[in-house]
Ligand binder design. Sequence first.
Ligand code: HEC
Ligand code: HEC
Ligand code: HEC
Ligand code: HEC
Ligand code: HEC
Ligand code: HEC
Length: 400
Amino acid sequence: MYRTSNNVLMNHLFLNGSKKHGVTTLLLILLVFSDLCGAGEKDFRKQFITNYKTFQFGAQEKLVKGTSARHMQAEIRTLVDEAMTTNKDYTDRLYMLDVANAMASAYQHWHGDIKALTKEIEKLIKAELKQEEIRVAKLMRWKKEERFLGNFVMKDHMAEMEQAGVAPVIYPHWVHRIWFECKVCHQDIFAMNRWRNKVSHQKIESGKQCGVCHDGKMVFGVKDKGQCTKCHIAGKPEAEKLHHTDKIDHARIKQVAERVGAEWNIENLPEGKVPVDKFGFINWLNLKENGVFKPIHSLREGFAHEVRDNKILFKSKGKIDDVIFDHKVHSNWINCSSCHPEIFRETTTNDVKMIRMSKGKFCGYCHGKVSFTFADCKRCHNQKKGAGKAGVIIHQGAAQ
Ligand code: HEC
Ligand code: HEC
Ligand code: HEC
Ligand code: HEC
Ligand code: HEC
Ligand code: HEC
């Protein structure tokens, strides 16, 4: 019977992904107990948990036999009640229920019948696991809506959206990139950061954020009841079209391009299709080279389109090929102020490391989010190791 409750514990450690967390929770629980209980009780629980966690079956038997049945029942009941208070999160709650379950099992073994309470605890644990399953599924559901590179699910106001009966929003970066360079939005309309803008309908309706364009004139607006689901689309079958390039309606793209002053030249599409890389994401450079599209730089009059025309060589420290960073390609699309000084200082001495990129720093600020992913090694490691190149600037790295 110990096995059953340990299974629950293992499950719970597994679900939460780390043993460390389990230990932290244990400490936390011990702290909570020391606040709640009298000295005798505290010692019992502390000892019980220690034995339980370290598989000291002999010591556990001695402890349980040496504690009165009444005392133990009270311990279990308090523990269950404490676990079910509303301020507990899933991890803490399940952990406490698991300990209570183990106590009930031990009681049953050495003191006698306690089936009703055991059943109650098992039911509570089952319900918790079920709820967690639903929560994880929900989380994965929104993750799924971001599977196409550059699709962001926006759901800060989840409660209000649920109340209004609308789904969360998908902001499809890639659709907008067809007509607009990054410069159009970053930083004039949006900070290049998912947490800084605090997007809301109030701002949109007052002509800011999405409302700069989605005003009901230039582009469909946010007040028209018939149009809500164009943006509030996450999780709906209609969202499929935002996850595939083969569902693109070229005639509409062209129409919109003409309306906003961009170009979409269907006749230049290689083999009549949007070129994608081996991961299925749009190859924007190929589109540009083939003259398929010409997005606009800015919505502002007198905007200065600034380009820096040089290349920076990152010499590889490992066996892998070197990296050429093309300032021209990047500054054609992106404002200097989007990269400098926040992502890179305007020097060659930034401490760029692959491990930090994979966590969203440096090149990883865009690559893997809205630009081709890190799995595509050769697209960055594109220069034979040690071959050098005339006219390039050499990245120095941080002084050691
Ligand atoms: C039509 C507007 C628009 C265009 C064009 C646009 N973006 Fe964005 N971008 C957004 C919005 C909206 C967000 C999300 C802001 C938020 O959630 O607060 C965003 C967020 C980002 C983020 C933040 C990601 C994070 O994890 O914090 C990056 C990086 C980004 N964009 C890069 C680009 C790049 C590169 C381009 C050009 C290739 C581009 N964007 C073009 C509207 C745009
Ligand atoms: C720079 C102008 C601009 C901004 C800013 C902008 N959009 Fe758009 N958006 C457009 C245009 C143009 C279209 C194409 C409309 C059409 O098909 O008539 C569009 C279309 C869309 C579509 C439909 C895509 C499809 O293919 O069905 C969605 C969804 C959308 N925008 C969401 C948003 C959201 C959410 C925001 C703000 C976070 C936003 N947009 C900000 C210009 C913009
Ligand atoms: C151009 C895209 C777009 C359209 C069209 C649109 N919304 Fe939104 N809506 C948004 C964005 C973006 C948010 C902020 C999402 C978030 O919580 O992060 C939002 C948020 C909301 C919220 C949460 C409360 C708030 O103030 O932010 C409600 C409710 C809502 N929308 C209802 C509607 C209804 C009803 C319609 C149709 C009449 C509609 N929306 C049309 C983009 C749109
Ligand atoms: C996509 C991001 C990005 C954009 C946009 C960008 N830079 Fe850079 N910049 C870099 C990187 C990466 C380096 C090299 C960092 C290193 O080696 O430590 C760099 C280095 C520099 C340097 C020092 C090396 C050199 O080229 O002389 C200057 C100056 C500079 N940038 C200016 C600019 C200006 C001006 C613009 C706009 C026209 C611009 N950058 C746009 C990423 C960017
Ligand atoms: C601010 C966003 C941003 C940052 C930061 C950034 N990139 Fe890019 N990068 C882009 C965009 C946008 C493109 C255009 C192609 C695309 O989106 O797929 C691009 C294209 C490229 C290309 C293909 C162009 C070519 O020359 O063939 C390479 C290689 C590349 N980036 C390397 C890097 C490296 C290396 C770094 C870091 C030193 C970096 N990028 C940082 C946004 C960014
Ligand atoms: C978006 C561009 C980009 C992509 C994609 C990329 N790298 Fe890198 N990588 C860099 C840059 C820039 C450096 C240079 C950092 C430095 O100076 O050490 C680097 C450095 C490295 C290094 C040297 C050690 C280190 O940690 O800095 C290794 C190894 C490496 N990359 C492996 C890979 C592998 C393997 C892949 C594919 C899974 C990959 N990279 C994809 C940009 C990229």
